[in-house]
Design a protein around this ligand. Sequence first.
Ligand SMILES: Nc1ncnc2c1ncn2[C@@H]1O[C@H](COP(=O)(O)OP(=O)(O)O)[C@@H](O)[C@H]1O
Ligand SMILES: [Mg+2]
Length: 366
Amino acid sequence: MNPLVKQRQQTQLNFQQGEANIIVGQAEACPLPVEELASLRLDSPYVVETFEDGLTAIVLHLYIHGRHYNLKRKRAQALVHNVDGETSFLNEVQRRRDIQALKDSPRTAKAFAPLVTTLYANYRLGFILSPWIDGKPLASFSREIFRQIFATLFALEQAGLMEWDLCPGNILYDGRNIHLFDFGYMYAYNPLEHYNSDGLASPAFHAAERLETRNVFGYLLRYQDVMSPADQLALFRELKETALDSYTQKLIWLKQNYAQPLIIQWQTEIIERWEYALDNERSLKNLFISESFRSHCLDIADDIHGKSCTTMTLKRIDKVITMLATVFLQLENNGALLFDNATLSQIELIKKYQAYRHLAKQYQQS
Ligand SMILES: Nc1ncnc2c1ncn2[C@@H]1O[C@H](COP(=O)(O)OP(=O)(O)O)[C@@H](O)[C@H]1O
Ligand SMILES: [Mg+2]
């Protein structure tokens, strides 16, 4: 286990067991007494709708005295399967505190506008209150949407925060702007010394990778029957061009802030790889293949690890098995085989994902 991650988990588990509290904002910002919000029944007339998919919290859409709110409430009994899941509510309250401070500071307020406001949060009372965001999950992507997402992730990284879970349910779009509001898996790190909140252990994880892995390649797989390969590649090009702009700005920022040479080298290599790919259609197709394979493998690993598989997990596994059977050499040559996968032969990999298929069927959640 990564020592940095272990340390963070231990500190959070200790905090959970202790008595110290974290409060964000003022109770006066609440439309009802805090005890009432903490224990509001699901059949209360204030409750417009509920979202009960979360393992550690449930989300209530409230309408009180003419205003819409979001009440995220810790479950009395968490339905968790791992430490990060178990501590995700505490983690979110910690991040709400960090982000609200950045929203309140005039220097960072604008860059943090896409992150939801916390009206009030109280860890021990077990709830977080935010304004309701009038938006919908992204139904499609555009250059402007990618730009907003990468700009927000860059602002977070500059503040030393890494968002891991950019799944479709965690980004809302109001027709003009994107909004982020679920910080259960956003961790603090030092961007000048570390690749991400895993330290120097896994250079594979970064903002564009997270968006591709948790979101965009799932979207492309879901719509593969209605989007032609050319449409898919065009969307991938928009993503990479926008990411390239953002990563180039980040490289400048890293240099201006005396980042470690290793970090500057890592950022430079990512940029060079994308620049090369964007230069001609064939290398872009190659990059598409390796990034899609990498994305599916990482997302499958997350689902299997969290025992939270869906029909999408099965779809991803089938895609991975097909790719292993058809473009294995290309995947191997392009560094798309990560972690344990890099040590396995083609046949071993096919067997591994066939075994995952059985597991994913057992772990079906929806
Ligand atoms: N402030 C908000 N405004 C509007 N919808 C929200 C807001 N916060 C959450 N939601 C909706 O509730 C769902 C679950 O909330 P989220 O914070 O992602 O919880 P979970 O930790 O269970 O994933 C989201 O996918 C989104 O649709
Ligand atoms: Mg969520």
